[in-house]
Ligand binder design. Sequence first.
Ligand code: SAH
Length: 413
Amino acid sequence: APCASSRISSEFCSSKRHKNVEMIPQCTVMVQSGKVDRPTIQNNSDNNQNQSHDDTDMDPPKPSSNQNSNNGSNDSSSNSNDSNNNEERTSKDYYFDSYAHHGIHEEMIKDEVRTRTYQMAIMQNKHLFKDKIVLDVGCGTGILSMFAASAGAKHVYAVDCSSIIDSAKKIVEINGFKDQITLIKGKVEDIELPVETVDILISEWMGYFLLYESMLDTVLYARDKWLAPNGLILPDKAILYIAAIEDAHLKHERIDFWDNVYGFDMSVIKDAALREPVVDVVDAKNVVSNAYPILKLDIKTCTKKDLAFSSRFAIKAKRNDYVHGFVSYFDCAFTHIHKPLGFSTAPHARYTHWKQTVFYMGETLTVCENETIEGEISCRPNKKNPRDLDIELYVNFQGQHSKKDGTMDFRLR
Ligand code: SAH
């Protein structure tokens, strides 16, 4: 996966999106794990697997994990030649503008948990969209803009800096939205809108570990610049969680692997491998503890400062087991609509292209049922490359059979 673990370098690839999406039939809902005040999420899905409780037997599909991903497109428009013709694009264009290729958009659109939730949040709230001015931040193929136009928006401004917008222009025209949707090519931070304010801001900005790629910065910039005082923002809530996992098998494959590579000792790489969070599917059966919310974002009011955060946590083992690391995932919700909606990217929820993010520890903890692991997780954009995240994980465990008191540094890039 374009998971951190399979990347070459941040220059080469850092897109939050990657290939191989499993088609799933329905939109999912927020999970119900205590702790935080959540919106009551209504799911008009017929599948209860989504009402996840921790011991569900559902095995998420495991896509192969060898995809590549590319550089985030924000810094890219100036690098790519401005070829409007897909046929003329070369790997160089895609290298600097990973969102230019239709494949990444195919993956996102086919992520039905994602796309259906947006579709329902918009199309089932026609009363909110009727005659409104809408801004779509990072419109890609224009799909969210077309939902908004279908829901009766008076006008939609759709902005994207990637050359995918050249296709979006044609798509919008072919589908009869030419007069209702205006596409603007450029970075949100650089463009001008023909209106002073917008009534509704829509965007799909979430990255791995929620914040990877920092596209939320762009959404907050647009909100502060254009959103009317009583304007709506979709989605408006996001919550990031951490839980402990048993993962002997995959940790062995990913980390201990370096001890003996075709007979050679490559263990010098182990330390670097350990410091890279792994983006991949975690089986719900591997989750050993409850989940603790380490970040709750209200997109309507949060600021860029909130995106560098530090949170203490305490999680309790639900059975005797071994802990090799931690899993992190997020929920996302639309709570200011008629009937709140949301989805979860938890191990026990349906597969999404965000999968989960895993942090391995060097050592293994032996935990007994009801023992508590305490800790603190801090996350901030890397100083040199703000698109990368520096994550510090402090763990304090004083169990009957094992103890740990130490800090690990990770870098998501
Ligand atoms: N809204 C589409 C695409 C989401 S992917 C969908 O839901 O399918 C995010 C998009 O935001 C990408 O196409 C990327 O090129 C664009 N983007 C990211 N940062 C941007 C910025 N600063 N200015 C303009 N577009 C941006």
